[in-house]
Write a protein that binds this ligand. Structure first.
Ligand code: NAD
Length: 288
């Protein structure tokens, strides 16, 4: 099979915008699609700024940054995904909308194109059940921010073919990243089965007044040696996304441990979603 050239990204929020940048700067023509014009405009600014930062650091010249940017086609029209060799879905972390998007993409893209999802937790097998060809469905779970993080989780569904997994891994390598294949379709895969308990515990400890958020973050960084504290990371990910992941894992496993923390629910209800809204556990002003 020929290497994948054109990549489609559906949903250009926090993650999709970063995946668009990554694909473009590794030489792939990109169709970047979102149903929201505001999201597309925000993503265009994000990618321009991201490419400029890479150019400032000497990863490529300013002229090359411009060429990378020119590879991207921005659109609200899903139909423009037709020519892609792989479509990467990065919309909201909810089963219903993702299945609907998969059904639509499956009917639009070529039969040999890959149907990939950036889901953090949802069953690949379940998403694939919305398509006529579940063998070509696979996860490519990028981390935030996608142009920077080095590894990508590649979870497979029960019906994903070996060829699809190999092609998905090949695409991740073509993006300059390390693919890590996950053999079983478990809720939260590996990364979030590790990360979400950290966010759950941190939220509960804060809610119980055991320590301040600053102290917990400091302890995790300076004591345990993690590069980032749980509250800082939660704000990066988006607390709504974190809550969706925890809720899905809770529902799927039926394990009371994953009961969504009260504090997290309250913050999401109050619209304090993290960096993307300017306020989460911390405040970020207008720059966030
Ligand atoms: N935020 C993270 O750190 C992170 C990390 C890894 C994986 N993920 C996963 O990536 C996915 C996206 O997360 P995010 O944080 O980028 O979300 P986000 O809310 O920032 O962005 C979602 C985007 O999808 C668009 N959208 C929603 N429904 C759509 C539809 N039907 N058609 C077209 N566009 C649609 C929205 O307009 C928005 O721009 C989720 O599955 C999430 O679990 C997130």
């Amino acid at each position: 099979m020929e290497p994948i050239q054109t990549v489609g990204v559906l949903g250009v929020g926090t993650m999709g915008a970063g995946i668009v940048q990554l694909a473009a700067q590794t030489g792939h023509p990109v169709v970047a699609c979102d149903r929201s014009v505001e999201a597309l405009e925000r993503a265009e600014r994000y990618v321009r700024e991201g490419l400029r930062r890479f150019a400032d650091r000497g990863a490529f010249t300013e002229g090359e940054a411009e060429e990378h940017y020119e590879r991207i086609q921005w659109t609200v029209d899903l139909g423009e995904m037709a020519p892609v060799g792989a479509a990467i879905e990065a919309i909201v972390e909810k089963v219903g909308p993702k299945k609907e998007a998969f059904r639509a993409l499956d009917a639009i893209i070529a039969p040999d194109a890959l149907l990939l999802t950036n889901t953090s937790s949802i069953s690949i097998t379940d998403l694939a059940s919305a398509t006529e060809n579940p063998g070509r469905v696979c996860g490519t779970h990028f981390f935030t921010p996608p142009p920077v993080r080095e590894a990508v989780e590649v979870p497979r569904g029960l019906l994903t073919t070996d060829e699809t997994v190999e092609r998905a891994k090949g695409l991740v390598r073509a993006f300059g990243k390390i693919p890590i294949a996950i053999q079983k379709d478990v809720p939260g895969f590996v990364a979030n089965r590790f990360l979400m308990p950290m966010l759950i515990e941190a939220s509960r400890l804060l809610d119980e007044g055991v320590a301040s958020k600053e102290e917990i973050d400091l302890l995790v960084k300076k004591g345990l040696g993690f590069p980032i504290g749980p509250f800082e990371l939660g704000d990066f990910i988006g607390l709504d996304v974190g809550l969706d992941v925890i809720s899905y894992v809770h529902e799927e496993l039926g394990d009371a441990y994953y009961t969504p923390p009260r504090l997290l629910k309250e913050m999401v209800r109050a619209g304090k979603l993290g960096r993307k809204t300017g306020e989460g556990f911390y405040s970020y002003g207008e720059e966030a």
